[in-house]
Design a protein around this ligand. Structure first.
Ligand code: G6P
Length: 488
């Protein structure tokens, strides 16, 4: 049965707001996810008639998608939201998601390749790219079916870079925006991609009315790639000096506007959630683990190559080596939650993180003191507990679209927390003044910053944290989402 065209607002993303596990008895258990997009969409509420189109990610999702057919998922599972989950053939999905999106586009935007040997674009990649095209086409088809005349469509992230152009072809009446949650690569690095792929991704996004980013830096890099790869014209604000802010890209007779929306932390939600009993309970456990009178350096990440967890541990080791006064007086609480474990390079990285943490504990640990407390099991309540007690937060990514941990910690912190922040995180643009800023590759410099952070006076830490929290909450998720709708 064909889906009627009823949706005035649509969101499309690879990962949806809900995931399912399939029980042995064939029952499905739904689990609702969090994140900026989920809270952002709550600004319009289920009564708006909005529809979220996402992909089925695992076996449970696939079963739920099959049972729903062309209809939406059970609203009881999704908090009332209308969600269409696409059951894409597993091999096509794996090639698009693991092969192209996470192994290639993610690596390019985060500068993760070891270029003397990688990347290699061979026949296998050509097949994966074809799968990526058909996975994007499945989204474009579903959106075209669901959207009412002149609806607004917000397409999310690098998984769906081709959707704007594909959707415009199917439905020229729609207003289409694309939002990148990642950094954007500079042209020289971006051109590692095969020419047709490099051009295809840019043409895909330029098919929309608007392309938006988390910071000015990523928007400018995108425009620079459009100029370098496609010969597109960059439109800037202000005088003719060529130094103004980029506002649009002109290509083949069309203009795509550029926008910047720096997603902020959701202060109301975080303050409320972090005072719940399950968080209190974890706080007591963590306090006991750290030990009385000791300081804590906290980090919370997915175990993700771009997060630079290994160099963070090396910097901590260097701190203990060069500043023996901190031995027995500090614990590094590192939460590194499993991510993208289908990819061998992520599994290897996780192993490496574990190994270095063990080494540090062997080298420096004493009977009553374990220098690194590494946790690899995802637990949001425990992360919030760590935010509450942290004396120092370490956020040192190689590159990051924004990094919400840097924005959440100052909001939740109880006594003020010094922030050691990579200048390569998008959050640096808003938080740089009150953070201790590091070059993420510089282990020695990061060790020095950790020392400074640990030594910071209580007053200074509290003052800085107040200013950081204000900057971090300037654009909460609901406002972030509405700003994009308005702009379209
Ligand atoms: C980044 C991306 C998101 C993605 C998330 C988790 O934040 O920008 O689009 O959903 O990582 O990655 P995963 O592969 O688990 O969805």
């Amino acid at each position: 049965m064909a889906v009627p065209r009823t949706a005035p607002i649509l969101v499309a993303s690879n990962r949806g707001p809900v995931s399912y596990t399939l029980g042995e008895d064939g029952s499905l258990t739904a689990r609702r996810g969090g994140g900026g997009l989920v809270s952002g969409l709550s600004a319009i509420g289920p009564e708006s008639g909005g529809v979220w189109v996402c992909a089925a990610l695992g076996e449970g999702d696939r079963e739920a998608a099959r049972r729903a057919g062309d209809s939406h998922l059970n609203p009881g599972d999704t908090g009332g939201q209308q969600v269409r989950m696409l059951d894409i053939a597993p091999d096509v999905f794996a090639a698009a998601y693991n092969g192209v999106a996470n192994s290639v586009l993610w690596f390019v935007h985060h500068l993760l390749y070891q270029t003397p040997v990688e990347p290699v674009f061979d026949a296998e990649f050509a097949e994966q790219w074809a799968a990526y095209e058909s996975y994007n086409a499945a989204f474009a088809d579903a959106l075209a079916q669901e959207a009412v005349d002149e609806a607004v469509v917000l397409v999310q992230d690098y998984h769906l870079a081709l959707v704007p152009a594909m959707l415009r072809e199917r439905r020229p009446d729609l207003r289409i925006g694309h939002f990148s949650h990642t950094p954007w690569a500079p042209p020289d690095y971006y051109r590692l991609l095969p020419d047709d792929v490099a051009a295809g991704v840019l043409r895909g996004i330029l098919g929309g009315d608007r392309a938006a980013f988390l910071t000015e830096r990523w928007a400018t890099a995108f425009a620079d790639c459009c100029a370098a790869v496609l010969g597109a014209e960059i439109v800037r604000d202000g005088d003719d000096s060529g130094s103004g802010v980029v506002t649009a890209v002109r290509f083949e007779g069309r203009e795509t506007r550029l926008g910047v929306h720096g997603l902020g932390a959701d202060a109301d939600f975080l303050r409320e959630r972090s005072r719940q009993p399950d968080v209190d309970e974890r706080l007591s456990t963590l306090r006991a683990q750290i030990g009385p009178g000791r300081k804590s350096i906290v980090r919370v990440d997915r175990t993700e190559l771009s997060k630079n967890i290994v160099r963070g541990l090396l910097a901590y080791r260097r701190l203990l080596e060069t500043r023996p006064e901190w031995r027995e007086r500090v614990v590094h609480v590192a939460f590194a939650y499993p991510s993208r474990q289908d990819l061998a390079v992520y599994r290897d990285y996780t192993e490496r993180v574990r190994r270095i943490a063990d080494e540090i504990n062997e080298e420096y640990g004493t009977e009553g003191w374990t220098p690194v407390a590494l946790h690899v099991k995802d637990d949001f309540a425990r992360s919030l507990a760590a935010y509450r007690l942290a004396d120092v937060a370490l956020v040192n990514p190689i590159r990051d679209g924004m990094n919400l941990v840097a924005k959440e910690v100052p909001v939740v912190s109880e006594r003020g927390c010094a922030l050691v922040l990579s200048r390569e995180a998008g959050a640096y643009a808003e938080l740089g003044e009150d953070a201790l800023v590091v070059n993420p590759y510089d282990v020695e410099g990061t060790a020095r910053a950790l020392h400074e952070a640990l030594r910071m006076s209580d007053d200074e830490r509290a003052d800085r944290t107040k200013r950081l929290a204000a900057a971090a909450t300037a654009l909460p998720p609901q406002a972030w989402f509405l700003a994009q709708l308005r702009a379209l």
